[in-house]
Design a protein around this ligand. Structure first.
Ligand code: AMP
Ligand code: GLY
Length: 436
């Protein structure tokens, strides 16, 4: 079948690679894609918010399945757009309906959903311009640190962990009265700070059944030792050693089952991935956030360990038959380290030529099967003539599979040692808690 993959990050390059390995694929198209995705299909330069342009591509290229990488089109209702269009409604679109995508698109919606279904999460209250004064009072009395969250999508910038009341009240004022995050921050969730260690857990669900994918841990801060500003993600590892069998069982019982049952009870159509952003507090898992898509850079490690034919999983997801699928996981460990442009996540320059050293086929994903896989997934890259140049903050996600987390990290670093572009930076300590 012909498949259209939407997105342009390293997550999408990893999905393009994985989909390309399926016997069920005829031809893959990626919109807009990057310099890496070209290796697995045709890039089409359209905007992800232009649903009419996406429709034209689907009709012209005889697309039978669409996989949506990032949250924006999902939160904006691409699933419903396909379902309600006579020319598109036979196409299997992998992703949640617009209503279900609110689990990511609105923090306030997600918190209320968790409360309704007794899913463990931090206690909270929400405020807007109407109960603003009450909000100031609530924050003033709150234990520290206190967490402020803009309700809507803010590309990861809308969560503030405030260490004192003055700062918290000032930020609250900026969000509600000064539109610091635009419409996304007009409503604010104020919640209790949870102290623990985070992990990312993923399922693919057809709305009633689900399959559990390998868990991962990502590293969000720019600096070593988890310091400095938040980024889109500087690296990830899988498995997560502290997520042992009994702990994962708790996650399934206390979080995943009630979430899927909640979707059913509330008639929320969901045929796609759910990403549970979790935190382990003492020995209990709690939900920090839901995402209605896969993680980036988590996908780069999760897909390296997934042995199933992904397109077959997507077909079963669309037909509501995920109960027939059994997940097959590579027991080995995966790591990914992200090379970013100098200055990221602040200002940075684009257009730097990337030198791939001895990786002789630079626009390609490099697979060295003998030592496990080594994959150079592209994120912000672009082809210009014969060169590949940087085109974003996160540029490459260098990923490897090996017997231990430590070895997978070493392999990624060896490859990074071959790559150069002006201003290139990566964290040298990804997986530091787990590397042996
Ligand atoms: P989010 O955008 O919801 O993923 O939040 C970004 C990050 O803020 C999370 O990955 C956590 O590190 C942190 N965070 C969010 N909510 C809390 C909380 N209630 N307690 C502690 N840390 C939090
Ligand atoms: N790595 C976190 C995310 O994809 O949101």
């Amino acid at each position: 079948m012909n498949i259209l993959l939407l997105g342009s990050g390293a997550r999408e390059h990893a999905f393009a690679w994985k989909i390309s390995r399926s016997k069920l694929l005829t031809k893959l198209f990626i919109a807009p894609g990057n310099a890496g995705t070209i290796q697995f299909g045709d890039n089409i330069d359209i905007s992800l918010t232009d649903f009419d342009a996406i429709k034209k591509v689907c009709i012209k290229q005889n697309i039978e399945m669409v996989f949506v990488g990032p949250e924006d089109p999902l939160v904006n209702g691409i699933y419903d757009f396909f379902k309600n269009d006579k020319k598109l409604n036979k196409i299997n679109l992998i992703g949640p309906s617009k209503d279900a995508a609110k689990l990511e698109g609105s923090k306030s919606y997600a918190k209320a959903f968790m409360q309704r279904h007794n899913i463990p999460t931090a206690s909270y209250k929400e405020f807007d311009a109407i109960n603003y004064e009450e909000g100031l009072h609530y924050i003033k009395e709150h234990t520290l640190p206190v967490v402020l969250k803009a309700d809507g999508l803010t590309a990861g910038k809308g969560v503030l962990i405030c260490q004192n009341h003055i700062e918290a009240m000032a930020e609250f004022e900026l969000m509600i009265q000064q539109s610091k995050f635009g419409a996304a921050g007009k409503k604010v969730v104020v919640e209790e700070f949870l102290n623990g260690i985070e992990l990312s857990v993923f399922v693919l669900t057809d709305g009633k059944n689900f399959v559990l994918l390998p868990e991962a841990k990502d590293y969000k801060r720019i600096g070593e030792g988890d310091t400095g500003l938040n980024t889109g993600g500087m690296g990830a590892v899988s498995p997560v050693p502290f997520a042992h069998k009994a702990f994962m069982q708790k996650i399934v019982e206390k979080i995943i089952h009630p979430t899927i049952e909640g979707l059913q009870k509330e008639d929320l159509e969901y045929k796609g991935f759910i990403f549970f952003g979790l935190i382990k507090v003492e020995d209990e898992p709690m939900v920090i956030e839901y995402n209605c898509r896969m993680g980036d850079p988590e996908s780069e490690v999760v897909l390296l360990r997934l042995k199933n034919d992904l397109v077959q999983l997507f077909i079963s997801c669309s037909s509501g038959e995920l109960n027939k699928e059994k997940i097959d996981i590579d027991e080995r460990c995966a790591a990914t380290i992200v090379a970013v442009s100098g200055g990221y996540p602040g200002e940075y320059e684009k257009g730097k030529v990337i030198d791939f050293g001895y990786l002789e086929n630079p626009e390609s994903v490099k697979t060295i099967e003998a030592d496990g896989g080594i994959m150079v997934f592209h994120a912000g890259t672009k082809k210009e003539g014969e060169e590949i140049i940087t085109n974003g903050g996160r540029v490459l996600a260098v990923s490897a599979l090996s017997d231990t987390i430590g070895e997978a990290i070493e392999l990624s670093k060896n490859i990074l040692g071959q790559i150069y572009f002006e201003g290139m930076y990566f964290r040298d300590d990804i997986g530091y808690e787990f590397a042996d």
